[in-house]
Unconditional design. Structure first.
Length: 428
């Protein structure tokens, strides 16, 4: 039988893969005269080769046409955000009018909570997971305080009930039932950033709605990673960034979903000119009339240069589709898990769930031994060693290494190189 740890086996897996890699469509950083083995698409995706052309198209139009660029050509700036609407909807499983690319993730989260967190004395609480990404917790606590309530009592943080910091669906169900009468909003991650655990969005939304609460998701680690079905899931809103799995550059314009049942909602919102209905926007009237759908939550005209790289990335997603990407992701991450469990189980502990439906690309790893070290010291030593070998993951305090094989550009050979590097560190 072929040894899964042999280069020949990894090469055969890549050659036979139903979805050949699109690695040549990306710019791969180099390390010591060879391509870096890059597993950090969950922090910053690699640059699509097509991004430069889209950015230069905007720069050239600006140089040659100036303000007229808003109204000329196929990529005119006035409706530029519409160029990404349909492919973005396909990535997250939404209707086109339910999505919009705008702002940054946390800004969008605040805008959504203006509309969908409407606390009362009886229902002031928001439920999140303990150990949530700091920006989410800051935003939620500040919204609670802004409305005159107390984060110490009205910010409910559900503690993990499983090893490795995982949270079972049973625990989520119990928490929603226990706090249901006080809950205004359940705000949950699609994928928990530190553990890599993926959650059942539709079931969490159902549980929240059954208790009279609204439900939103932070999909920073879900968009472009999981095969989402936001429309069918019934969630009220979702926000995400495009610089991770969606490869749109550092600080890229973010994304937002508002379910179509809220398309003509009279919910309070912070209004801006670009959210006004397009047919009367330039009449410059004093009364705000929102555009139906997610576009109605826009504030200002979109940053064209910031949106340009997203076009390049979405062209690649459209080429292969989320179903095929998700299937390849499961093959790559499954291979990573196999290599760790077969020969590295005395060195690495996998925190992320073993069930493919409960994780995306990422495996979160804790180092349990090696080089006479243990705990955080061993983890940091391995992380630094890998970086020195051109194998790049990322570090999350207090002691987690995240390795995320992105199916658009990572290969089985990349995954094997990681395992071989860990073995070399363990047995110098």
């Amino acid at each position: 039988m072929t040894d899964p740890h042999s280069p020949a086996h990894a090469a055969a897996l890549d050659a036979a893969d139903p979805l050949p890699t699109l690695r040549d469509q990306f710019l791969i950083p180099r390390h010591n005269d060879r391509e870096q083995t890059y597993f950090v698409g969950n922090s910053l995706g690699l640059q699509p080769r097509g991004a430069r052309a889209h950015v230069e198209e905007v720069l050239d139009k600006w140089a040659m046409e100036a303000v007229e660029g808003h109204f000329t050509g196929q990529a005119q700036w006035m409706p530029y955000h519409e160029l990404v609407r349909e492919p973005l909807a396909r990535v997250v499983g939404a209707q086109p009018h339910e999505v919009v690319a705008m702002n940054s993730l946390t800004a969008n989260l605040h805008l959504m909570m203006v509309s969908f967190y409407r606390p009362t004395r009886e229902r002031p609480a928001i439920l999140i997971e303990a150990g949530s990404f700091p920006s989410d917790r800051y935003a939620v606590a500040s919204q609670i305080g802004f409305h005159g309530f107390d984060p110490d009592t009205d910010l409910i943080e559900l503690q993990p009930d499983q090893p490795g910091g995982l949270i079972s669906m049973q625990a989520i169900e119990r928490a929603i039932a226990e706090h249901g009468p006080r809950l205004a909003l359940v705000l949950w991650p699609g994928v928990q950033y530190r553990t890599g655990q993926a959650f059942d969005l539709a079931e969490i939304a159902r549980l929240a709605h059954a208790q009279g609460a609204l439900c939103g998701f932070d999909l920073a680690h879900g968009a472009g990673n999981l095969e989402l079905a936001l429309h069918d899931s019934g969630v009220d809103f979702a926000v995400w960034c495009h610089y991770k799995y969606l490869n749109s550059g550092p600080g890229a314009v973010a994304g937002c979903f508002v379910h179509e049942r809220h398309a003509r909602s009279d919910r309070p919102r912070f209004a801006g000119w670009w959210g006004h209905e397009t047919s009367t926007r330039f009449r410059m009237g004093p009364q705000f009339v929102p555009t139906p759908g997610a576009d109605g939550w826009q504030l200002s005209n979109p940053p064209i240069l910031g949106l340009a790289p997203l076009r390049a990335s979405l062209e690649l997603f459209d080429r292969v589709g989320m179903r095929a990407l998700r299937e390849k992701s499961q093959r790559l991450t499954g291979y990573l898990e196999t290599l760790i469990r077969e020969r590295l189980s005395d060195t690495l502990d996998i925190l992320t769930p073993a069930q493919p439906a409960e994780r995306g690309c990422q495996l979160s790893l804790r180092v349990i031994g090696g080089r006479g070290l243990s705990g955080r010291a061993a983890g940091r030593d391995l992380f630094d060693y890998l970086a020195g070998e051109g194998v790049l993951g990322d570090w999350r305090e207090p002691d987690v290494i995240r390795i995320s094989p992105a199916p658009l550009y990572n290969t089985h050979a990349d995954v094997l190189r990681f395992a071989q590097a860990v073995q070399a560190w363990r047995n110098p």
